[in-house]
Design a protein around this ligand. Structure first.
Ligand code: PLP
Length: 450
């Protein structure tokens, strides 16, 4: 990148004049002005280049500016920019086919949305209408989006300011051995106790009132929580027993992130509904959706589905999904994510854990990893308290700053550092990122007890 600080200052000044940012106190933020991006990197106007270890918001699975996807958007723009959802359009039909071919089991009908939260909203709507029931169960330690139902389902503090108290949402504890809610010491205990807990919640809520259970297949923002073997199959069995719709939210875990097309593929589990967004087209144009099984699709065969969006199945978004999925298949990008996880990130992060006392646990798969950072390995006290802000969050802010200084763009959440590069990341890039992280972690080691 070539430096042009004056241009960067102008871009930032224009941003501060009129752009209102998400999740932020507007007066306290200082957004980086970005000049460009390519592959695993983006750069600012000062001449600094960053290895994108965040994939933005864990969505650029195919990296930045993939030439085939850029060309497909340009070509579609020249042909047909927009057309209402009621029409049959080539790019939309082809995107639906490519997605349906990859989703598990009989999830063969695709309802398109503009992103993940709308996918969750519509999956919940389908489940409620299909069952005639109202309640939806979701886990603490989850994120499902920022619209009304999606934020009510969310099991992290972003829910608190938006709670209405009449959402019909019930939260329960999912499995998480390192911070077990069940005093479990083995994966088997965690699985059995988490399933027994879920059954008890259903019994006390009344099974006939529960429309759906929604889970992130591998929990993303709330900690990269990989479920113990047999847990998802157990939830599937509970849903079948009580006529509850099983929704898997693959907005973050889907489209290669875990080293399979969908995370559900790791455990051979088929939900009734599957939500996707992000990696479906790496966010080049906003797109999300719900993959629907035959039974729920049949509910809306003779009866209209009461939901829709002006931009459902937008041609530019769908054309970019077609090009993304085809490029991922042609270039072995899902297999690359798996290989990088098994040969570089997994072993490399475990090696960092051996040398840095601040690393309590390493967990993940594919290009979807977390370091759970602690003050004390014996007590597992988190490096910063739950939902810490300001001074209480200083160690995590220092870690993020130390990474940026070394040219690596981090993804942090509470006491965790997530390593979530694009699925296209090379072994060399991944190693360079780990080397920078190795240096940066010495900053937080200083906060460790003893
Ligand atoms: N579901 C999951 C698992 C997510 O990670 C996210 C976003 O991070 C969402 C839903 C919401 O997606 P969006 O921000 O596109 O609305």
């Amino acid at each position: 990148p070539t430096a042009d600080p004056a241009a960067g200052q102008a871009v930032k000044a224009a941003d501060r004049a009129h752009v209102f940012h998400s999740w932020s106190a507007q007066a306290l933020i200082d957004p980086l002005a970005v000049a460009g991006a390519e592959g695993s990197y983006f750069w600012d106007y000062e001449g600094n280049r960053y290895l994108d270890f965040s994939s933005q918001l864990v969505n650029t699975n195919i990296g930045h500016q993939h030439p085939k996807v850029v060309a497909a958007i340009q070509e579609q723009a020249g042909k047909l920019c927009t057309m209402a959802p009621g029409f049959a359009v080539e790019a939309r039909s082809e995107a639906a086919r490519l997605i349906a071919e990859r989703t598990p089991g009989d999830l063969d009908k695709i309802f398109f949305t503009n992103g993940g939260a709308e996918a969750v909203e519509n999956a919940v709507r389908m489940a409620r209408l299909h069952t005639g029931r109202q309640k939806v169960l979701s886990t603490y330690r989850s994120y499902h989006g920022a619209t009304a139902n999606a934020i009510a389902l969310t099991g992290d503090p972003r829910r608190w300011p938006s709670e209405t108290g009449t959402s019909g949402v019930v939260h329960f504890w999912g499995p998480h051995l390192y911070r077990s809610a069940f005093h479990a010491e083995t994966e088997e205990q965690e699985r059995e106790r988490a399933l027994a807990h879920l059954e008890q919640v259903i019994a006390f809520e009344g099974p006939q009132t529960v429309a759906a259970i929604i889970l992130e297949t591998v929990v993303g923002t709330a900690g990269i929580l990989v479920p113990p073997a047999g847990y998802l199959a157990g939830v599937r069995e509970i849903c079948d027993r009580y006529g509850i719709v099983f929704i898997l939210d693959e907005v973050m875990a889907g489209f290669g992130r875990t080293g399979e097309w969908f995370a559900a593929d790791h455990w051979g589990v088929t939900p009734d509904l599957l939500t996707f967004a992000k990696g479906v087209n790496s966010g080049y144009v906003p797109l999300g959706g719900v993959a629907i099984n035959a039974e729920i699709a049949a509910t809306f065969a003779e009866r209209p589905f009461p939901g829709g969006l002006t931009y459902s199945g937008h041609p530019l978004a769908c054309a970019s999904a077609v090009a993304t999925i085809n490029a991922m298949a042609e270039e072995g990008i899902v297999a690359n994510a798996k290989l990088i996880g098994e040969t570089v990130l997994g072993p490399g992060l475990r090696e960092l854990a051996e040398r840095h006392p601040s690393v309590g646990e390493v967990r993940g798969l594919g290009v979807f990893w977390a370091l759970d950072l602690v003050r004390d390995r014996a007590t597992r006290e988190p490096l910063v308290p739950y939902n810490a802000a300001g001074a209480a969050n200083a160690p995590m802010a220092e870690l993020a700053a130390a990474c940026k200084k070394r040219g690596v763009w981090p993804f942090t959440n509470m006491n965790r550092f997530h390593v979530v590069p694009p699925c296209t990341v090379t072994a060399e890039e991944a190693r360079a990122g780990l080397a920078a992280l190795d240096e940066a972690l010495t900053v937080v080691d200083a906060h460790v007890a003893g």
